[in-house]
Write a protein that binds this ligand. Structure first.
Ligand code: NAD
Length: 363
């Protein structure tokens, strides 16, 4: 019987509700496959600010670093939105990513055939979409220096810096190539090399790394063209690798292909995923804390449950167990159960807890 230590950070808004359902499903996996998940709960985001004054305490970060993986709900809400506030819920997320060295954010976007009518896009455009974004997570504009605001005689000014080293680019591009190897062997590197110097370095490093992957076709795509291609012909795309800010924007756009944020998981890894290698990681849905839905038993827990599946695959080395969760989600959707965000006429509308129960029962 294998035993794993997990840190659980439910966070704010709907975070705790969807996290509960993820834990329910993990317990079902533990029972079926004979694993023991030791759970330690801690605070992140707004609730951590309220209780400790910090969005992520040093002790919490220590706990996360010691565990096999971290499962996170969501952070934020109007209560902590004051632009003048010295600490914000998102600071906790950034500190966790930086502190754990989580440089690779994996965001799969899969259109479930039974949800093809829940999106705003034409079914024939999105049918069959199954792509994965690899977003650089600890560099670029969000962290680069200088980063400041100041006053001049001609008014206020501000600067953010898009800075990348070749080492940062190389390791994230390698994640893209490794994933591409396990899929259609086609990697798209997204940049803005016609304008940005950091993108020109990015492209050059991608070409150099590609020599180690002769079996994978490398294609370069400008970020503006990529945003268009996502809507125009998304089935063309398979694995895409890009820097932090481009990835942030493109992945929200891509999430709309799947109909709801409530369906999309993510993994943030501190290493390159390879067969048989367990990588420290943090797993969370791509959605936020949806404050208006909090406490109403409405939120779709699938994104968090599918994030737990990614955790089993990448950090715990349990691919069969991961598949059992993914198949359970498929079955529940095939049987017509839907939370409010993906429901259509003639289907069975269920709440957060019932959705979790149904998935856990089918693991
Ligand atoms: P959001 O993702 O919380 O919500 C966007 C829309 O999607 C809303 O209509 C919401 O009701 C819906 N939605 C989101 N998750 C859902 C789910 N599981 N089931 C059903 N519907 C769902 O984004 P927002 O409204 O822009 O932000 C709300 C708060 O979350 C803000 O404070 C923001 O800063 C924070 N946020 C946190 C994260 C994170 O924790 N990683 C990410 C994005 C936003």
């Amino acid at each position: 019987m294998a035993s794993f230590n997990l840190t659980v950070l439910p966070g704010d808004g709907i975070g705790p509700e969807v996290t509960n359902e993820g834990i329910k499903v993990l317990k079902a996996v533990g029972e079926k496959f004979g694993h023991n998940f030791n759970l330690k709960y801690d605070l992140i985001g707004g609730i951590a600010i309220d209780e400790t004054g910090e969005a992520l305490t040093k002790d919490c970060l220590k706990l996360c670093k010691k565990s096999d993986a971290v499962l996170l709900g969501a952070v934020g809400g109007p209560k902590w939105d004051d632009p003048q506030a010295s600490v914000r819920p998102e600071d906790g997320l950034l500190a966790l990513r930086k502190g754990m060295g989580l440089f690779a954010n994996l965001r799969p976007v899969k259109v479930f055939p039974m949800l093809v009518d829940s999106t705003n896009l034409k079914p024939d455009v999105i049918m069959g979409v199954d792509l994965i974004f690899v977003r650089e997570l600890t560099g670029g504009l969000y962290f680069g220096r200088p980063k400041k605001r100041w006053r001049t005689s001609r008014g206020r000014r501000a600067v953010d810096s898009m800075v990348y080293s070749e080492q940062e680019i190389e390791r994230i591009v390698r994640v893209g190539f490794e994933l591409a190897r396990t899929r259609r062997k086609h990697l798209i590197s997204v940049d803005k090399a016609n304008v940005l110097e950091s993108s020109r370095l990015w492209r050059q490093v991608a070409i150099e790394v590609s020599e180690d992957y002769p079996d994978v076709e490398l294609e370069h795509m400008l970020v503006d063209a990529c945003s268009m291609r996502l809507i125009q012909n998304p089935t063309y795309l398979d694995v895409l690798v890009t820097e932090n800010t481009f990835g942030d924007i493109l992945t929200d756009e891509a999430s709309m292909l799947a109909g709801s944020m409530g369906m999309l998981p993510s993994a943030s890894l501190a290493g390159v995923p390879q067969d048989g290698v367990k990588i420290p990681g943090m797993y969370e849905p791509i959605h936020g804390s949806a404050p208006r839905r909090a406490g109403l038993d409405m939120a779709n827990p699938c994104a968090l449950i599918l994030s737990a599946a990614m955790m089993l695959r990448y950090s715990l080395g349990l691919p069969e167990e991961a598949k059992s969760i993914e198949q359970a989600v498929d079955r529940v959707l095939e049987e017509g159960y839907r939370t409010y965000d993906i429901v259509a006429e003639g289907q069975k509308k269920v709440g957060t807890r019932q959705m979790g129960d149904l998935i856990a029962a089918r693991v």
